[in-house]
Design a protein around this ligand. Sequence first.
Ligand code: UD1
Length: 417
Amino acid sequence: MYKFIIRGGQPLSGDVFISGAKNAVLPIMAATLITPGHFILRNVPDLRDTRTMLKLLEIIGAKVNFSDGKMEIDSTTCSNPVAPYEVVKTMRASFDVLGPLSSRFRYAKVSLPGGCAWGPRPVDLHLKALKALGTEVTLEGGYIIVKGAASGAEINFELSSVGATKNALMAAVKAEGQTIIQNAAREPEITALIDFLNALGADISGQDSTRLCINGVKELKNELDFTIIPDRIEAGTFLITNLLLGGEIRLHNVNPEHLAIVLTKLQEAGSRLEITADSILSQGGPSIAPVNITTAPYPGFPTDLQAQWMALMSRAVGDSIIIDEIYHDRFTHVAELNRLGARIKLEQNVAVVEGVARLTGAPVMSTDIRASASLIIAGLAAAGETEVSRIYHIDRGYEKIETKLKNIGADISRVRG
Ligand code: UD1
């Protein structure tokens, strides 16, 4: 097991190259299973989660080569439409293969994600969509089994779900007839998946809106070269870190349009930003103004930046309120931030953050990808030494985080222990 040792206090300076988006590449890797073909994906981040999806594709029978951001997938050899518990329990996004496998094989056997149970809980909307498309969906021994061919249908999601929208799209691409998805998620990663599928020969319209129309096609192409969009959450994390620590950094390979609300909030809080089509120059101000946020589906403030925003607000001059409307219990970082001297009170999904003049280093523990990021950036802002343990979480979603931070002047090292 590794941990980070962080010595806080240094302002940042230099260039950061943003990696490809984790949440875009995972469903696109899954989508290569829909049709037998040869695919090249570029700008692929080397993350634990990408490696997990790679392993899953290999279990299903694909041949995958991955180096230097380029992933080659040969899905012509796939013959085992099964996603085993051992893999799915480590990464919920493994569930993305459900739609593709059922489309290609008219049969899929995919373990329920760890901790979830049958019923009106986290994958109920995925299953509802597959049932609406006419497939038979059952649960056997912890596995969801989908049987039969899909045919076009109207799917109306009662709440916006990224995962359910992805599975519905991928199951419907080759279904006979037309599928309409109402209240679809419209995160940029969904648009990226639609771009990939349309480039492959699918007929999907309505991208960037909450109403998607899919005209089923009989055949898809058998090869495609596709570039993954930049990771807006990684970019947002670096911008928040810069405002917290001060200094000046320039992000490259970023899409500012995907960060619109985050950039507005950062400017309100004191960031000075110069924005071009694919870069952002960011200067931390002399102080941090308190700015409230409420997370919401895109284009709202992303829940995946809520924990990092809380680390920032813990040093604001004044009080702020942070509400998570997507995940009501996504607050494991609160107690850890308080160990560093933050003053945060939590009531259900509402955190009241009283800004403090100083954070002080302490040992803290990561609990998930974004909570880890929040603890690292709080540690970088704290006086003295902070030890962040269980950092395998951060490696799931941030490529070479300590190298990127060191390159801009942070004092962070990975040690065994
Ligand atoms: C994706 C992202 C994750 C992000 C989240 C919200 C990936 C790999 N992960 O997760 O980083 O935090 O979107 O932007 O892309 N829900 C149900 N039933 C369902 C599905 C979801 O009730 O069948 C609820 C969830 O509990 C949650 C809300 O819907 O409250 C949104 O979840 P969803 O958009 O599905 O998140 P994920 O796709 O799992």
